[in-house]
Design a protein around this ligand. Sequence first.
Ligand code: THU
Length: 136
Amino acid sequence: MDTKTLIQEAINVLPNSYVPYSHFHVAAALLCKGGTVYTGINIENAAYAPTICAERSAFVRAVNDGKREFEAIVICGGNDGIVSDYCPPCGVCRQVMREFCDPKTFRIILAKSPEEYKEFTLEQFLPMGFGPENLS
Ligand code: THU
């Protein structure tokens, strides 16, 4: 799948974001090896701490479906659903990516639109991350 299409998948679900507290909408589109895409949105909670980010909600959906290998994730977001800047992943989401993804090849695509985006590796966002192999 090409990058522009993956970005559009994330943009399509941005209105589903449940953000009554921050009003900051985030959407993600996670590309699995083999081509399946799982989208995710942030889901906030009145108790605040149970809030789940868009990226992790995409991973939760994919892993529930038996997926374990991933190529890329698109992230977009902004106040009131207006995407005017890039939205980098939080530290917790970076660590969840580290569980399943190769830091050198997994692509993190921050998008403002299908035409305006920046691409990074997971290693750039999480250098020297602690991963499953550290426990073996
Ligand atoms: N948020 C995400 O969904 N992903 C991130 O990586 C950064 C933060 C959400 C959580 C919360 O609902 C809102 O953005 C404001 O922090």
